[in-house]
Design a protein around this ligand. Structure first.
Ligand SMILES: C[C@@H]1O[C@H](OP(=O)(O)OP(=O)(O)OC[C@H]2O[C@@H](n3cnc4c(=O)[nH]c(N)nc43)[C@H](O)[C@@H]2O)[C@@H](O)[C@H](O)[C@@H]1O
Length: 403
């Protein structure tokens, strides 16, 4: 029976696998979380050299920045934002719902909460280390009447941890590998506060392979492409942005992509201006820079991605009437959610002739990477706005793609 054979060949390897789960500090945003995925993927690559492990993708939800009212934004599977077959060409991954179905219960056997060292680290004596230590902060887990641990668990209220302990870590993600392989025999292990792990090799080949595997879900790319076509006269053909659905087959020489004849802008506002940071421009400052870039590059159109609040958006419209934005209807927003709209914004910025972003925003960084993958000249990508009073306005680093 062919059908039966296909099913068993799919589930068989997972039946023997161990499960790695993770979560990130609640206040962290979408694009920082994408960065943490890259770190954890590297850990998984280290683990699968020794044993069968699969990464359980942490459902999206309850993100501080996702404030659109009346939309249910928890327990969102990765497939709503990313292309799962593409992720699977890099490391074995499954959705949380599949983990629940496969593992037969709502239990995660071991939860490790990652933390720093209480004593900090002495300057000049950096060393990679990891130790089981008493928990420093108050645990975000509490025992239920059966002595099982309740926690946030991505909004899955029935999930329980069987054991919770703390690990002090200082080092890259793969430093955890020996602990997972030797110190515990738990079949499912969750690393909470995974942002405490550092990159094994930021910008190296493994980094880029994982980054390239994070292909946006097709339905979002299609929305972005239709928008480019309709409002920005931009098509892959005319703009020389040739895309291959299979990321493993995509290798574009930097400088060969031309991009649509529009300026792409990411203007991060909200919590970036509340702190009155020096490196964030005023709206007037940003518009002045936008006009000057449009003149230099002879661009008549400008696409703006921003998280500006209503009043600021109105002001921006007055200062920059030619501005084009992706403004979803309520139905579209409900369908794509805040995360999907962010991706559509990023996709459109990634296809612009010239891009300028916001200092140290991971939202802008992910656009840089997307453009690097598409083969843009770095000069058209690694640019940011400067603060009015900023003395030394250093531009973003070019992280060259490695294949
Ligand atoms: C202060 C720090 O800021 C860091 O943000 P930063 O790197 O910019 O970037 P993100 O980690 O993506 O978080 C910012 C979030 O704000 C929304 N957002 C920002 N800009 C845009 C935009 O142009 N278009 C759309 N559609 N949405 C936008 C979006 O939900 C995005 O995920 C956080 O990750 C940190 O956790 C922390 O909060």
């Amino acid at each position: 029976d062919l059908k039966c054979g296909t099913e068993s060949s799919l589930s068989f390897p997972f039946a023997l696998s161990r499960y790695l789960l993770y979560d990130v500090n609640p206040p962290e945003g979408f694009n920082l979380r994408r960065d943490v995925y890259i770190r954890v993927a590297l850990l998984l690559k280290t683990l699968v050299k020794r044993e069968a492990w699969v990464l359980v993708l942490p459902p999206w939800g309850r993100l501080y920045h996702w404030q659109s009212p009346d939309i249910h934004q928890v327990q969102i599977p990765w497939s709503e934002f990313f292309d799962l077959p593409s992720l699977n060409k890099n490391i074995p991954v499954i959705e949380y719902e599949q983990f629940l179905a496969e593992s037969g219960g709502p239990f995660i056997e071991q939860v490790y909460v990652l933390q720093g060292y209480a004593e900090g680290w002495k300057e000049g004596t950096w060393e990679e280390k990891i130790d089981e230590r008493p928990c420093i902060d108050q645990l975000m887990y509490s025992k239920d009447k059966h002595e099982y641990y309740r926690g946030w668990f991505w909004g899955y209220e029935e999930t329980r941890g069987l054991n919770v302990s703390c690990l002090s870590v200082q080092g890259s993600a793969s430093i955890i590998a020996p602990v997972l392989l030797k110190n515990t025999s738990a079949r499912s292990v969750m690393l909470d506060r995974a942002e405490n792990l550092l990159h094994d090799h930021y910008g190296g080949r493994d980094y880029w392979n994982t980054r390239r595997s994070m292909v946006f879900a097709k339905h979002l790319r299609v929305v972005g492409d239709d928008f480019r076509n309709k409002y920005l006269d931009s098509t892959d053909e005319a703009d020389k942005t040739h895309y291959n659905e299979d990321w493993t087959q995509m290798k574009v020489q930097l400088g060969t992509a031309l991009g649509g004849s529009y300026l792409g802008v990411h203007l991060r506002r909200k919590d970036f201006i509340w702190g009155h940071r020096e490196d964030v421009p005023t709206l007037h400052g940003a518009v002045k820079k936008i006009h000057s870039l449009m003149e230099i590059y002879k661009l008549k159109k400008v696409f703006v991605a921003t998280d500006a609040i209503e009043e600021e958006s109105e002001e921006l419209k007055k200062l920059l009437p030619e501005m084009v934005r992706f403004e979803p209807t309520w139905e579209e927003l409900e369908l794509y959610k805040d995360g999907g709209v962010a991706i559509i914004d990023q996709w459109i910025c990634a296809h612009a002739r010239y891009f300028i972003g916001t200092s140290v925003s991971t939202f802008s960084f992910r656009i840089h990477e997307e453009r690097e993958i598409l083969g843009f000249d770095p000069k058209t990508t690694y640019n940011r706005f400067c603060g009015e009073k900023e003395k030394n306005c250093e531009q973003p680093t070019h992280w060259k793609i490695v294949y």
